[in-house]
Design a protein around this ligand. Sequence first.
Ligand SMILES: CN1CCCC[C@@H]1Cn1ccc2ccc(-c3n[nH]c(N)c3C#N)cc21
Length: 232
Amino acid sequence: MRIDVVTIFPDFFSVLDVSLLGRARQSGLVDARVHDLRAFTHDRHRTVDDTPYGGGAGMVMKPEPWGEAFDAVLGTDASAQTPATVVFPSPAGERFTQAIAHELAEAPHLVFACGRYEGIDSRVAEHVATRATVRELSLGDYVLNGGEVAVVAMLEAITRLVPGMVGNPESIVEESHADGLLEYPIYTKPATWRGLDVPDVLRSGDHGKVAAWRREQAIERTRRVRPDLLEG
Ligand SMILES: CN1CCCC[C@@H]1Cn1ccc2ccc(-c3n[nH]c(N)c3C#N)cc21
């Protein structure tokens, strides 16, 4: 899987060199590249923003640098069988979910466009949609100062689903949201800790009872914390 990230804060993504994603990069499972948007400017001040047409507070990211950045990262896709998927993080986007993470984990080429200021000139996504699949995605219902934090979270959620990324693939099957439910409670030794005991069923050795208890706990936790996940 090839991943390109375009941002005015490339250092934000030094995280790509540690933990799971770092190992994936080193193993060659993921070819992740970070691009500084200012590398696609040509003025002395390396300008990436300007005032909004129609007035209003703040600044808007200029289309020209983004156009050149996409020319660079999508250029080689012209002959690709599957067009790249370009993700624009945005508070106005479709909510990013585990299901979308699975979808994007199948994409051969992902590009993440990290906006800042008030956002990116709207013509950029319109133009990119003529040469790639565009997804405008939101990390959650709160406002961040830019797309970088969202992309780091999305990258972790997506790349951990790439075959070979996680040591024990079984652990992905049972985790929260994998089956539409929240995760059941988990325990390890000691059996009693500060007067609190591990549920007896988990120490019974009866795998059928353990599986039934875990399902029941997952449903109860989901009903209590995220009843919306049980609708429809
Ligand atoms: C604050 N400022 C004026 C109001 C509009 C947003 C803007 C800041 N900003 C610029 C680019 C950009 C991209 C994503 C997000 C974002 N916020 N919340 C999410 N769940 C996000 C995602 N994913 C925020 C961004």
